[in-house]
Write a protein that binds this ligand. Structure first.
Ligand code: SF4
Length: 214
């Protein structure tokens, strides 16, 4: 049976984006194909902070909590070998699945799961404009939310790259680490997007950090 490199599994609330406040159980998978400067989970790709668990062991851990939503995060969960099988198992257990991804990788196997179970999967893509970066084009139709981290390097042209999708998919601006200067920058970008491009973005900080929870 396949084993997955799992950094941690923990219950919390969704602290970011449109689903903020929902009770969610997070599964953090090991490994990432990017190295963002402001990454707040470098332990997720240090190559040593994980346990090898089967999908059965992961599901029994999920069952310890009453949460109906499960979030696969990382690192970058979509680079994990056999993640399609894990996604399928979780959905078959009746959970709604959230995927937090940098959006760069989409395998044929994951595509098949999205085709079959798309209704039960909510995909949040967090573009990383500071890296050599493009969202995988084939993933875009399945994306439910674009969430840009507002840091020193984010430019309005990075956000506008995907502007044709913002009429139907939420656009979130998330100030990096809830820093005051980045909150100010996010509000400025929000105003500019609206005034010059008629794009309505939402500025949402990381609520779990304000609450002092993980
Ligand atoms: S993509 Fe996410 S996990 Fe990977 S380095 Fe960037 S912020 Fe960290």
């Amino acid at each position: 049976m396949e084993k997955f490199n799992v950094v941690e599994i923990f219950p919390s609330i969704e602290g970011e984006g449109s689903l903020i406040g929902y009770p969610v159980t997070f599964i953090r998978l090991e490994g990432c194909n990017l190295r963002c400067e402001w990454c707040d989970t470098p332990y997720s790709y240090d190559g040593k902070t994980f346990s090898k668990l089967t999908s059965d062991e992961i599901i029994s851990e999920l069952k310890r909590y009453p949460n109906r939503k499960v979030c696969l995060t990382g690192g970058e969960p979509l680079i994990c070998e056999n993640v399609d099988k894990l996604m399928t198992e979780i959905i078959k257990e009746g959970y709604s699945l959230i995927i937090e991804t940098n959006g760069t990788v989409l395998t044929e196997e994951v595509k098949n799961v999205l085709r079959e179970f798309g209704e039960s999967i909510y995909i949040v893509v967090s573009p990383k404009p500071d890296s050599f970066y493009f969202i995988n084009k084939e993933l875009i139709p399945s994306v439910d939310e674009f969430k840009f981290i507002v840091d020193e390097t984010l430019r309005i042209k990075d956000i506008l790259m995907y502007q044709i999708y913002y009429t139907e998919k939420p656009l979130i601006l998330q100030p990096e680490s809830n820093r005051k200067d980045m909150i100010d920058k996010a509000l400025k970008l929000q105003r500019e997007l609206l005034e010059k491009h008629s794009i309505e973005a939402r500025v949402i900080p990381q609520v779990h950090k304000y609450m002092g929870i993980m």
